[in-house]
Design a binder for this molecule. Structure first.
Ligand SMILES: Nc1nc2c(ncn2[C@@H]2O[C@H](COP(=O)(O)OP(=O)(O)OP(=O)(O)O)[C@@H](O)[C@H]2O)c(=O)[nH]1
Ligand SMILES: [Mg+2]
Length: 335
């Protein structure tokens, strides 16, 4: 799929930045013709080379930018769905096409400017042609402004995505907010997502790695999910849902049996139902915060699920690695 590693995305200039670059570039082009030429001939020649050089440079900048943006058709469906959380595909395509085709307008503007310079009768005529050229380039850039902003947003978002390889064995850690998902992921993998004593700490997916008997396994921390309809989820929750939809290997669902997280058992069980409805792989339900849970709370969870569950403490990393090893063995088909 060619989607390993991070996204290589170009730097996308704002239209304001491009306008400044064009201005500076225009002035930098120096006269190179012999100074014996009569003033007006020399002036026209200089002005034409300025138009040609800056026009070409702008064409190249916009063209390179458009060409190095990721094409939807080449993106892994997982990444494509993540991208769809922040921009509609048709808008992305439209902006990409508009920036990609800007060279046509630039060429026309340059052609007109060159013609105007050629027929100019004096210095003032040449200056007028220059103003017209720079003004029209400015208008063109203004017209591209919202498209460049959209592409900038896309690059910013893609850069913020963790480098998940959708082909590697992967364990997703999910659950209601504040139940200890990030703590769990920190215990078992190389990832160091932020942990805090309040909900909604994790705003986007994070990935860490484990080496299990030479097999590289990814562990994905997700933003907490609330018990509410899928179409009411915010962007952070949607990232969790997209990950659950696409990564089909294995998931750990953490339950906090104490009142510490702020979410009741019933609420968490409804989140579990949601996760079951969207996740297609094996799901391991695990009780976290076993260090502070009292026996009745533990019994209540197990009664609700009708079986004994693994118990861990992500605060002390107790039992976490055992759970993960067991899930990995199942995910990669050993034992
Ligand atoms: N006592 C105890 N506290 C824990 C345990 N696991 C996590 N915590 C605490 O619970 C709080 C939330 O932990 P996080 O790991 O940030 O929880 P999270 O599920 O990632 O939270 P969100 O990203 O906000 O959804 C923190 O104060 C942790 O220290 C545990 O096993 N025992
Ligand atoms: Mg978290």
């Amino acid at each position: 799929m060619g989607m390993r590693g991070s996204f290589r995305v170009p730097y996308v200039h704002t239209s304001e930045e491009l306008a400044q670059i064009v201005q500076a570039m225009y002035r930098k082009v120096e006269a190179r013709s012999p100074s014996v030429e009569p003033g007006i001939v020399r002036l026209k020649r200089l002005e034409i080379s300025r138009v040609v050089r800056t026009g070409k440079a702008l064409e190249r900048m916009l063209g390179d930018m458009a060409r190095s943006m990721p094409f939807l058709g080449e993106m892994h469906p997982f990444h494509r769905d993540l991208l769809a959380l922040i921009v509609e595909e048709k808008d992305y395509k439209h902006s990409l096409a508009k920036v990609g085709k800007a060279y046509k307008a630039i060429r026309a503007i340059a052609r007109d400017a060159i013609a105007a310079i050629k027929v100019a009768e004096d210095k003032r005529g040449v200056a007028r042609a220059r103003r017209m050229f720079l003004g029209r380039i400015r208008d063109l850039l203004d017209d591209l402004s919202s498209d460049l902003d959209l592409l900038r947003n896309v690059t910013r978002f893609l850069r913020s995505l963790p480098t998940i390889d959708p082909e590697l064995p992967t364990i997703i850690v999910a659950g209601a907010p504040n139940v200890g998902k990030s703590s769990f992921v920190r215990c078992v993998s190389s990832a160091e997502p932020e942990v805090a004593e309040y909900p909604f700490t994790t705003r986007r997916i994070h990935v860490g790695h484990i080496d299990y008997m030479g097999i590289r396994v990814q562990v994905v921390d997700t933003p907490g999910l609330l018990d509410r309809p899928l179409d009411e989820l915010n962007e952070a929750e949607r990232q969790a849902v997209v990950a659950l939809r696409h990564i089909r290997h294995a998931a750990v669902f953490l339950i906090d049996p104490t009142h510490h997280s702020g979410y009741t058992l019933d609420e968490q069980l409804r989140v579990l139902d949601t996760v079951r409805s969207i996740f297609g792989g094996t799901l391991e339900v695990v009780i976290n915060k076993a260090d502070i849970a009292d026996p009745e709370q533990l019994a209540e969870v197990e009664a609700a699920l009708g079986r004994a569950l693994p118990r861990v403490s992500s605060l002390h990393c107790a039992g976490t690695r055992e759970v993960v090893d067991c899930v990995v063995r199942r995910a990669v088909g050993i034992g």
